[in-house]
Design a protein around this ligand. Structure first.
Ligand code: PEP
Ligand code: MN
Length: 269
């Protein structure tokens, strides 16, 4: 159904980069780990060292936070933490991912970011998509909890048309009527997106549940459905995380989960 719905009037056209003719630069499994918020230099360094030996490819941490409620830490930049975040990833052979809320920050953060993330709440901020697409770095685009598949791919296409050459999608759950989870992971998005495009799609079982006890089973469900990678919030002291403490995994839990991911990937090969 979606495939037909998404076949837009101008269709795949070799003249324009579009989701249907996208070619990804590699086929590695992408494993993103790190805390919800970069809290201190020591914290990010400590987590980086531990997740790198567990084969994390990317280190992710919030520097610009898009909180649901206004006050604390919205959009702050701390140059000292930014640089600690960058070096924590570089020194451990990972790329770091920085969420961008405002395109006017791009110049300031460019030297400290390997990749950019567009958060769920910004998915249809087209001004931001154009500028981030044109920035020339890999981009991770989250799905808004209310967005349909074609709306998500429409946003992906903005990034491609404005110059993004390495794009990833992250499924991070939908708003639904259920209240046993914070957001409800839409696992079916994974094969449905893959039926249309070769843009890798990652599963975010952390935001997609909001519950530590559900992160592992739902991440594995996403991997079983064919996800090209995972985002797993990881913290050395999860219960005391400054944000998203209810969903952060300890390093030990992360290690256990990565082993299971390997097993599930082996089983579905
Ligand atoms: C995050 O990645 O830390 C985050 C806030 O996620 P989302 O944009 O999916 O809510
Ligand atoms: Mn978070």
């Amino acid at each position: 159904m979606n495939e037909f719905k998404y076949r837009r009037k101008w269709g795949p056209d070799p003249k324009y980069p579009c989701v249907q003719n996208y070619i990804h630069p590699h086929d590695n499994f992408t494993l993103i780990a790190g805390p919800c918020s970069v809290e201190t230099e020591m914290q990010i360094h400590d987590i980086a060292v531990q997740v790198a030996v567990l084969d994390a490819t990317h280190l992710r941490g919030g520097i610009f936070r898009a909180g649901t409620y206004p006050p604390d830490k919205f959009g702050w930049v701390d140059e000292r933490l930014m640089s600690a975040f960058w070096f924590a990833a570089q020194n451990n052979s990972m790329q770091n991912i920085v969420e961008v809320l405002d395109y006017r920050d791009l110049d300031k953060i460019d030297q400290y970011a390997s990749c950019y993330q567009i958060g769920a709440r910004q998915m249809q901020n087209y001004t931001l998509l154009k500028e981030v697409g044109g920035a020339g770095k890999p981009v991770f685009l989250k799905r808004n909890p209310g967005a349909k598949l074609d709306e998500w791919l429409g946003s992906a296409e903005y990034l491609l048309q404005y110059g993004c050459k390495e794009l990833y999608l992250i499924e991070r759950g939908s708003s639904t009527h259920v209240d046993h989870v914070r957001w409800d992971l839409s696992i079916s998005m994974i094969p449905a997106v893959q039926a249309i495009t070769n843009i890798p799609i990652l599963v975010d079982g952390s935001h997609g549940t909001g519950r530590r006890d559900l992160v592992a089973p739902m991440t594995l469900a996403g991997v079983a459905a064919g996800a090209n990678g995972c985002l797993i919030e990881t913290h050395s002291d999860p219960r005391n995380s400054l944000s998203d403490a209810d969903q952060a995994l300890s390093i030990k839990e992360f290690a256990y989960l990565t082993q299971k991911i390997i097993n599930v990937r082996g089983a579905i090969k």
